[in-house]
Design a protein around this ligand. Sequence first.
Ligand code: NAD
Ligand code: ZN
Ligand code: ZN
Length: 389
Amino acid sequence: MKALIWNGKKDVRYESVPDPQIEHGRDAIIKVSTCAICGSDLHLYDGFMPSMEQGDVLGHEFMGEVVELGRENSALKIGDRVVIPFTIVCGECDQCKRGNFSVCERSNRNKAAAAKLFGHTTAGLFGYSHSTGGYAGGQAEYVRVPFADKTHVKIPDGLTDEQVLFLGDIFPTGWQAAVNCEIQPADTVAIWGAGPVGQMAIRSAVLLGAQQVVAIDCVPERLVMAQAAGAITINFKQESVLDRLSDLTHGKGPEKCIDAVGMESHATRSFDALYDRAKQAVMLETDRPHVLREMIYVCRPAGILSVPGVYGGLIDKIPFGAAMNKGLTWRMGQTHVNRWTDDLLKRIQEGQIDPSFVITHRMRLEDGPQMYKTFRDKEDGCIKVVLKP
Ligand code: NAD
Ligand code: ZN
Ligand code: ZN
C-alpha cells in the first residue's frame, strides 16, 4: 500500500510499504477514507521528537471503514465507519477505567522506553515515535488499529467525513483544553495559538460560556478565523500581548490561559526567545517555552493555565516563583479522546458546531510531502490539511 513515511528531519515521502496485518485478536484493519496533518506531526517533521525511525508511517488523525477484524473483536463489524482516536486505549487498565485514556497503562508496547523518559509509561499513539509504541500511523491507505474493540468512535449515517474526522484529535483537544479551564460566566479566556487546536479551543470556550475569548497569533488569516468565532484578536508581531491583555481585563489579567502553541513557539523582541533558540540549537534545551512564561506572568492570581500544546522534554527559566505565589493551577496533557467523543459527536449531530470550518486544503495523500511544508510554513493561507488516499 501507499503511505506517508518519515525519512528524517523535514523529509516526508509518499512510498510503498507492506500492507498491515492483524497481529492480535482485538485488532482491526481500517481502510482510510480521510486523514489529516496535525500540528503535532510538525514536531516530528521539524525533528524535535526523539525515537523516530526512518520509514515510520506517519499520521494519527484518520478515519475509515473496517475491512478486517481480529477474532476477539466483537465490538466492530466489517463495513463499520469509524474515527480512530489518536490515543490507543485498552479500556481495561486502571487509568482507562478512570477515563485517563491518554495514560493508558497497557497500549504502549514500548513501555520501558516511555518510563525511562517520563517516569511512567503513557498511552500508545499512532505514527508518533517509538517511545509511544512505534505503531504505524494513518496517513496511509490502510492502518492496523490495536485494541480496536475500544479504540474507535462509531460514526452514524448522515455525517460527512469532514464533519467527524477531527473527533479523533483536534476537536476533543481544544475541548479538553477549555473544559480544563473550568470556565465561569465572567471569565476572560486567553488562547495562545490560533492554529487548528487553538481554533477548536476558541469555539469550545465560546460554547462553554466565557465572557471574553482572546486569541493570540501572528498569522492574519488564523486571526480572521478566530474573529469569526467571536474572539478578540492580538497579533503578537504588531502589539504587546501583555499590555493588550491587561487593557482587556482592566489590569486584572485573564482568569484562564490556554497554550495551544507548544514547544515551537515564536516570539519577537524578547530576550527569553533568543535564549531558547540558542540553547535549543546546541541541544541544551529541547523546547521553547516562551508562551508558558507569558501565561504565568499575565494570568490573574488564582487562575488556571491549561496546556494542550505539546512539550517533549526539558524547559528552562520558568518563573515558577510567580506561578506558586500567584496560586495558579496547571492542567495539561495529551487528550483523553474517548472521554469526550460521545458528547462531541452529539453536539455535531445537533448542529452546535461543525468542526470542518477549519479545513483550508483538501488534497490527495500523494500530495502529503508538499502539504507538510505548506502547513508548517503557513503558505497559501493553510490552516488545516485533509488528505484522501
Ligand atoms: P500549529 O502549529 O498549526 O499552530 C500553532 C500556532 O501557534 C501557529 O498558528 C503559530 O503561528 C502560533 N504561535 C507560535 N508562536 C506563538 C506565540 N508566541 N504566541 C501565540 N501564538 C504563537 O498547530 P496545531 O495543530 O494548532 O497544534 C498546536 C499544538 O497543540 C501543537 O503543539 C500540537 O502538538 C498540540 N496538540 C496537542 C494535542 C494534545 O493531545 N494535547 C493534540 C493535538 C495537537
Ligand atoms: Zn495530533
Ligand atoms: Zn488502558
